[in-house]
Design a protein around this ligand. Structure first.
Ligand SMILES: Cc1cc2nc3c(=O)[nH]c(=O)nc-3n(C[C@H](O)[C@H](O)[C@H](O)COP(=O)(O)OP(=O)(O)OC[C@H]3O[C@@H](n4cnc5c(N)ncnc54)[C@H](O)[C@@H]3O)c2cc1C
Length: 562
């Protein structure tokens, strides 16, 4: 079996198939393994997983299905959703019991739309347990480095207690001790290995999957882009891989799994599917250029363009670095804290800022009038920035001044001055802040209902009462950062069935061809019902594909190998 790409989708398929006896090759285009998965938060939405069950969170199978049916609406694909919900807990159990991929629970994490029937209030997420990269041996040299913008000096920080310690380093001796220990180890790793070795988040997931793949003798080939598929009659039976020595044919008797990371960097396909007018800053790795989709199409596969949204949106700010390059920062955390608002150029708010990242961008795209730049500004006080950070700037004790100097953070002594610096309508912003503050002093947000859902409240700050998500912006100086539409990757992808087989234009599976991860049209139908809805399905459909290719029985006909 040949796997195209070494992110979550590809490595999950590879490890599963190798465990079930297949000889597996993973061909990766880049000199390093891991793809966007290595840059991710690493959370996997996997309802009814065994970590939740062992913590006493036992859900009926109908609940997550009801939730998805309600959120996905017309984009609810029964066969795919059922396959996902059935296999996700088995996938977690399989890896936990048989491989180096061990998990930690996300039992406190709630689904995004708490007011929708079936929404979960915890127990539907897992993350790879932290991983010591030394366990990879020489393979560590081929492990992708983390995304600079989301690390602290190359150190990955995990949402939950780890991140909380970093946020409270000046407030609690315990937090200080934790951070000091982590940082001291990191400095030693940098000196010895020239990289962080205490892997967390998506990097821990990739590290653990690579360890598992190597343990099962999966051949991992870096710098090996797949350029063509080979057919034998109506069956895909191999591929041509470019390498330093020229093109090589790889025969794959069982079949091929496309997991090349979707098309976030394919400008041409993007221009046909993404909203016109909007600048787009994707956070995906540059090598995710739509190769897998093109390979699928070359043998009759079809891309599903009927999804509610073609991309998994995230608000992004452009960060000027001292060396003249620009970074891309994903605004995931600070939007939900009390004392920050998002406004458009007319100074008006346009959404509940504490809702999901996808929804923030969707609201921006929906509200900005045609012909105008699609952008918004996150606005807060200096005190807020010192407490929670703003964009790439970190809370006390780390300095914010370099980012003010570079122009990343705009400053105003008053709201009017800040508005002028940003190019926002000053009267509009004055009115918005006055109105917001009037209600925020009582912890209320009648305009957008911040704090109304468990998701909102989890993102907030429990110490802020009566509403952990709402605080007024009273005393200057005021800070702002500009954010524009960006994405974690694409949702639109190849049409597949419940066993991850790529379908042709008549809906018939193409023999020997599977897709997983973002090469496959998202099972979420272009919606974002919860954090982790990319990696949970990527791991699960990779697992399904690996089992199917290895000839393991479907779940409803047997439970062999689970
Ligand atoms: C900052 C950030 C945070 C995120 N956090 C989360 C999260 O917590 N939870 C979640 O669910 N999602 C998250 N995401 C999204 C998630 O990371 C992606 O959806 C997921 O990693 C995609 O996995 P994949 O296997 O499809 O592709 P990738 O991980 O991108 O892997 C694809 C690989 O294929 C390779 N490739 C491309 N073309 C070829 C070719 N021709 N031949 C061989 N190889 C090829 C690429 O180089 C790449 O290594 C996040 C994304 C970002 C950027």
């Amino acid at each position: 079996m040949l796997v195209v790409g070494s992110g979550a989708g590809g490595l999950s398929a590879a490890v599963t198939a190798a465990f079930h006896g297949l000889k597996v090759i993973v061909a990766e285009k880049e000199p390093v393994f891991g793809g966007t998965t290595a840059w991710s938060g690493g959370w996997m939405w996997t309802p009814r997983n065994e970590l939740a069950r062992s913590a006493g969170i036992v859900e009926d199978a109908e609940l997550p299905r009801t939730y998805l049916r309600n959120v996905l609406g017309n984009n609810f694909n029964e066969a795919k959703v059922n396959a996902f919900l059935e296999a996700a807990p088995r996938m977690v159990a399989f890896f936990a019991q048989n491989t180096a991929l061990q998990f930690e629970d996300g039992n406190r994490i709630c689904d995004t739309y708490g007011n929708v029937p079936g929404a979960g209030t915890g127990g539907r997420s897992v993350i790879a347990a932290p991983f010591d990269a030394r366990r990879l041996g020489d393979l560590v040299r081929q492990l992708r480095h983390p995304l600079r913008e989301t690390t602290f000096m190359g150190m990955t920080i995990q949402a939950g207690p780890d991140l909380a310690a970093f946020m409270n380093v000046t407030r609690s001796p315990r937090a200080f001790a934790h951070v000091a220990h982590r940082f001291a180890r990191h400095l030693i790793d940098l000196a010895r290995h020239h990289r962080g070795m205490q892997l967390r988040n998506g990097l821990a997931l990739v590290g653990r999957l690579l360890r598992s793949a190597a343990d099962l003798n999966v051949q991992l080939r870096a710098s090996s882009p797949v350029v063509r598929l080979i057919e034998d009659g109506r069956r895909v039976c191999g591929a041509v891989v470019a390498s330093a020595g020229g093109e090589i044919e790889i025969r794959a008797r069982r079949g091929i799994v496309l997991a090349a990371g979707g098309f976030p960097h394919d400008r041409q396909r993007r221009s046909g599917l993404f909203p016109a007018d909007a600048e787009h800053l994707t956070l995906a790795v540059p090598s995710a250029t739509g190769d897998g989709i093109r390979l699928g199409e070359s043998v009759g596969g079809r891309i599903d363009t009927t999804l509610a949204s073609p991309g998994a949106w995230c608000p992004v700010s452009l960060v000027p670095f001292p060396d003249g390059t620009f970074g891309r920062f994903p605004h995931i955390i600070e939007r939900g804290k009390p004392g920050i608002i998002g406004v458009l150029a007319d100074g008006r708010r346009f959404c509940n800022e504490g809702n999901g990242y996808h929804d923030y961008v969707a609201a921006m795209l929906h509200t900005v009038p045609p012909g105008q730049e699609v952008a918004s500004w996150l606005i807060c006080t200096r005190a807020f920035q010192r407490r929670y950070g703003l964009g790439i700037t970190r809370p006390t004790p780390l300095p914010v001044e370099p980012y003010i100097k570079s122009g990343y953070i705009k400053v105003g002594r008053t709201i009017t001055e800040l508005a002028r610096t940003c190019g926002i309508d000053p009267d509009g912003l004055e009115r918005t802040v006055a109105d917001y503050n009037f209600h925020a002093r009582n912890g209320e947000d009648p305009a957008f209902g911040r704090g109304a859902t468990p998701y909102n409240r989890l993102q907030g700050d429990a110490r802020q009462q009566p509403n952990p998500c709402v605080a007024p912006l009273e005393h200057g100086p005021f800070f702002a950062v500009k954010v524009v539409p960006g994405s974690f990757g694409t949702f639109a992808g190849l049409k597949t069935d419940g066993t991850a087989r790529v379908l042709d234009q008549t809906g018939v599976p193409i023999a020997g061809l599977y897709a997983a991860g973002t090469d496959m049209a998202s099972v979420m139908g272009g919606h974002y019902p919860a954090g982790g809805i990319n990696l949970g399905p990527a791991m699960t459909f990779g697992y399904i594909a690996g089992r199917h290719l290895a000839g393991e029985p479907d779940f409803d006909t047997g439970t062999q190998g689970l």
